[in-house]
Design a protein around this ligand. Sequence first.
Ligand SMILES: *Cc1c(COP(=O)(O)O)cnc(C)c1O
Length: 381
Amino acid sequence: MKRSEFSPNGNAVENLIRQTLKKHTSPIMLIRRSILEKQYRHFRAHLPKVAPYYAIKANPHPDVIKAFLRLGSNFDVASAAEMNLVLSLGGAPQRIIFANTIKSIEDIQSAYKRRVMLMTVDNEPELYKIAKHAPGARVLVRIKVDNIGSIVELSLKFGADPEHAVFLLRKAKALGLHPEGISFHVGSQCANVENYLHALEIASGIFKEAKEGGLMLNTLDIGGGFPIRHMDDDRHPIFETMAGKIRVEMARLFDKKTKFIAEPGRFFVGPAGVLITQVIGRTFRNNKNYYYLNDGLYADFSGIVFDHCKYELKTLRRGQKFLSTVAGPTCDSFDTISLSEELPELDVGSVVYAKNIGAYSSASAVPAFNGFTPAKILVVQ
Ligand SMILES: *Cc1c(COP(=O)(O)O)cnc(C)c1O
């Protein structure tokens, strides 16, 4: 794939920003549908045997979900509210996986009532809850796998020890559930393909162990984690290379009849987002330019906190750059986006934008801290 596909031509984006600002006031989160489609097709092309379940927590905007519905995607939800959102937009219950290993009883009851029957689980008490409130559910046992080098480590909180997996699968069966396979998550923004390869190896061992005990598994869920470029000069191994290696190992380690699924979030929606902000105030202190934007850490830059993410701040201005501090609008000094950006001289009203900010940004924004609301989301072509 050409690099330009991941970092769309700067001028095209800048023209889009200028046009948008003629009709709307900032802050604005643009989600480009063409990029959602490109990411989806790209995933399908490189992992053709893997059915994607878009993890909507990355960006649950209804138009984003609708775009993936139209493309034929399935969905990963973590709560009844997320599940109801997908269903209300026309997603069929068979296209949903309830992939939170800790579910409230009420949420399990909702899933059962709405016929969402595929769930992940990583502990025995959860199996009892599911057996009672969603009898006959199909379950995947989520195992703990390496998250080495992933930006967001999920194994700190989720996943059964792999040596307990077969016990849990058998227990599921004894409780009248349908144990169908294994799932894992290598950690989000995973740049280390070894995490996937090692996890595949461990999962295939569990498939074999289960088979020896007379339990046939048919589904492997390889989770999310697929990385994107956040900064223009990110150099980590890219998705294509990883997907190639994952494909080879899936073919080597698993029966031809195995169903593979995945739960990409960031990969599907991250590159589609462009956040447009404007400078609302500026000063010169500590020998630096300070720019205060109309969006910050409490809103659409919340990924800096929760997603441990860095974004490349860009401007429409060219010219000599100076060391600058960039902060959000709230009365909290924590609301500082960057202490060391090289930026040209900006004025009140100047645009500062960030690309590749479609995932884990608006989704985790606080509604109105200090009265500052997050960016309006515009899903555009
Ligand atoms: C967050 C999450 C995902 C999506 O992860 P990405 O790294 O954004 O692809 C998938 N599955 C589960 C269970 C998750 O919690």
